[in-house]
Design a protein around this ligand. Structure first.
Ligand code: LHQ
Length: 270
């Protein structure tokens, strides 16, 4: 494992990645269009998530946006609206769905730091992350209906589970803006923070996760997401299997030793 004490930054125009300790921060970087997603953004996002997956030194990921918005969803200027056949399903298969799967499959926590408006695919990218926090001025819009579409990127999966069918239906059918405070109240996100302290809170949370027992965080994610499609019996079996696996790791021994010695654990993510 690489102990990264320095701060490195690479600018891939549409997406910035910053490394600080075990935290990889991915910043959508098209502020002039509220970080709307085009082909280049998808490519860079995939590359950043691959870096998160393949590098053991990365132990937590933060996804955020540059400027006033978090992400306004698909870049609506990118598509040829005069084309004879418009196949949006192809775009979802090729770009969006693999990204959502990649985020969910990553065995490391992803914190979404929603700095401003999150609309369409942008809103559902946020909901696909593991811990979602937002600036108090941020908001969430299921914008799809406003342009005659249906929610995608997992919106119709996440929303009813997080907020209940009625609230999910209303958000999807009206395309109304939901404030960060209401999103917190409705359970769509974990917490919202006042704008001036928002980014430092995001850093605090991600730093704490990055010094946590990484493998156990990865398996917590697996267990939580599996529960949506499991019976209690199947979930109990899964918990047993995951506990067996994680109990063989070094961090469990370290956690118990630290408890008994009344000190802070020094988890290595192994
Ligand atoms: C934009 C965008 C944008 C381009 C703001 N594109 N420029 C998946 C697969 C396949 C196909 C289709 O879709 C999908 C998933 C989807 O995401 S569909 C949903 C797509 N997104 C939307 O419909 C949201 C569109 N944007 C908005 O509703 C508003 O811009 C929001 C609510 C995000 C922000 O509103 P305002 O604060 O009033 O800002 P604004 O509208 O003035 O936007 C600022 C600039 O950003 C503006 O450019 P301009 O040159 O006039 O300053 C917008 O044109 C541009 N922008 N969203 N998605």
């Amino acid at each position: 494992m690489r102990a990264v004490a320095t701060r490195e930054e690479t600018a891939v125009t549409e997406v910035l990645t910053t490394r600080e300790g075990g935290v990889l921060t991915i910043t959508l970087n098209r502020p002039e269009v509220f970080n709307a997603l085009n082909a280049a953004t998808h490519k860079a996002l995939n590359a950043a998530l691959e870096e998160a997956r393949s590098d053991d030194a990365v132990r937590a990921v933060v996804l955020t946006g540059a400027g006033r918005g978090f992400c306004a969803g698909q870049d609506l200027t990118e598509r040829d609206m005069n084309a004879k056949d418009i196949d949006l399903g192809g775009g979802l298969d090729a770009r969006y769905n693999p990204l959502i799967r990649r985020m969910r499959a990553l065995e490391k926590p992803i914190v979404c730091a929603v700095n401003g408006v999150a609309a369409g695919a942008g809103a559902n990218f946020a909901l696909a992350c593991d811990l979602v926090i937002a600036a108090r001025s941020a908001s969430f819009i299921q914008a799809f209906v406003k342009i005659g579409l249906v929610p995608d990127c997992g919106g119709s999966f996440f929303l009813p589970r997080l907020a209940g069918t009625q609230r999910a239906m209303a958000l999807a059918m009206t395309g109304d803006r939901l404030s960060a405070e209401d999103a917190e109240r409705w359970g769509l996100i974990w917490k919202c923070f006042d704008d001036p302290v928002f980014m430092s809170e995001a850093e605090k949370i991600s730093r704490a996760l990055a010094s946590g027992p990484t493998r156990s965080l990865g398996l917590i994610k697996k267990a939580m997401y599996a529960s949506a499609g499991n019976t209690l019996a199947a979930q109990l079996d899964l918990e047993r299997d995951l506990q067996r696996e994680i109990g063989r790791g070094k961090d469990y021994r370290e956690g118990v030793a630290a408890f008994l010695e009344k000190r802070k654990p020094n988890f290595t993510g192994t």
